[in-house]
Design a protein around this ligand. Sequence first.
Ligand code: NI
Length: 135
Amino acid sequence: MRVTVSRKAHFNAAHRLYRQDWSFEKNDAVFGKCNNPHFHGHNYELIASVTGEIDPETGYVIDVKILKDIIKSEVEDAFDHKNLNLEVPEFKELNPTAENIVVVIYNKIKAKLDPKLDLEVTLYETPRNFVKYSG
Ligand code: NI
């Protein structure tokens, strides 16, 4: 029996959407307010969902404590109260859109999971705007 185990988490972070190789006018036209040179913040919410077979011995797909610790080290400690553009190496050259952030988070969590487990990450940038990635 394959079951999905999910854990919610959140982090606050600042970002700016822009490309260095574009003029301010072009960045403004494409990214609007998100191109504010003084940055702006979001209360990001995420759901990490791990799917796999129930271990007949433990009754677990994954010990949720392990999932919690992975999210803490890979996402919360790395992103919370950070400026994503300036302080998080993954976004030095990569625009920190919700789409790119969810892929980065997926890759970081997936690398720490047992390879036989499937992962899906949902990232809310606002209560109404969210993105999903499952590899
Ligand atoms: Ni934004």
